[in-house]
Design a protein around this ligand. Sequence first.
Ligand code: NAP
Length: 483
Amino acid sequence: MYKLNDPTLLRCHSYINGSWHASEKLLKVTNPATGEVVAEVSDASIQETNLAVKAAKSALKMWAATPAGQRAGLMRKWFDLMMAHQDDLATLLTLEQGKPLAEAKGEIAYGAAYIEWFAEEGKRAYGDTIPALTSDKRIVVIKQPVGVVASITPWNFPNAMIARKAAAALAAGCTFIGRPASQTPLSALAMAELAERAGIPAGVFNIVVGNDAQGIGKVLTQHPDIAKFTFTGSTGIGKKLIAQCATTVKKVSMELGGNAPFIVFDDADVDAAIQGALVSKYRNAGQTCVCTNRIFVQSGVLDEFTEKFSQAVQQLQIGNGLSDGVAIGPMISEKAVADVEQLVKDSVAQGAKIAVGGQVDNNGSHFYQPTILTNVSNEMPIAKNEIFGPVSPIIAFENEEDVISMANDTEYGLAAYFYSRDIGRVWRVSEALDFGMVGVNEGIISNAAAPFGGVKQSGNGREGSKYGLDDYMEIKYLCMGGI
Ligand code: NAP
């Protein structure tokens, strides 16, 4: 059982144009740890999505014209409310998504930090003056909001993936429509409740909850009144949505899948590397896009790393995210568990060995044990695919050149990590890794001040940092003549 300090944060209808919009059909939200129904929410359709587009379009002129300082004030109130209700927001998040409560609290603070950060950054959307080529002209560059922004986000970070996008959009002067994953709408709706309490005007922040991902997705990627579409999710769906956006030439940003290498060199601080690997791999039961996917360990420290890492992983407690001391919650669905099981099975058939775990857990069919595989090669299914579960494949290597080539041998390019205490190697490897983000002696790298995003098939655009605001702004060139 759970209890919210403020039960009105549990909202069950889409939030469109400043009001709660009931739909005829209902969508069940279930707790992945227990299978219990947490809530039944209105299942919006294409019709409601069109209403949200209309609302966002109507509010755009007013919000874009609101001075950045005023927008920042409202966003700051929104941030304060999210932090004031951190415990309740975290409880809702754990109930619908499963991650341990402490991690859920961390996600609320992480998501809110983007709102605080961009509230400030919106005040600094500076333009430029450029020396003209002739004396009778002046060249001026101004930045303006892109327009209406639409987003589709996944279930693994039900609060932060929306916050990262909406914060930059609202700070830039854009209006926003978010469509959360159908498994995890409650966090998004609670954010809308708090946006309303903060005084964010009607139509500026809208949340459409609906099971018809394809139908709603078509509206959000093809409606002519939407200027920008931003997606976080799998590379496969991302590719489809990019193609849909082409019909109206939308500005697009994509945060897609990853296959992060985690490299431990002979000269690393092995204990620090183990701590880094634990958080980077097992957080959210391995279901994050920046999760370590392949652990490469140089031969000189292979035995020490494997032994100490195995001991640490055996200590991770698995169970319901609301229970004290739990480090590994349920996976989002039985299908997610089955996919991980299959990857492990196929890799074992090719010679991988199970050092720790390797089973569906006694807690139930949504739980997979924290697992370590040894004797893995970079060609095995567990290394080639995004695992999205609590499994660490350990791959041995001999030298720097080989490991860089193996690490880069993937279509993905989101996050990479390595541990070394050699300053020359730190620079060489940082520059040689084909990834958008590199953690050097660090397993957790994402924060509001830093540019989050990938290269290759992990997407385009950046979220967070001064670069993140530009994704929501257009550059306009003014040629001042007759001077
Ligand atoms: P997914 O299947 O691509 O789903 C993501 C979102 O897209 C969900 O809201 C889903 O709705 C929606 N969707 C699915 N099919 C759609 C369609 N045809 N048209 C429009 N929307 C559609 O991804 P997932 O498996 O849920 O999430 C995990 C993936 O996200 C991983 O690959 C992970 O790496 C990636 N991810 C990336 C980042 C990043 O920042 N780079 C962050 C987090 C996750 P439903 O929920 O209703 O199916």
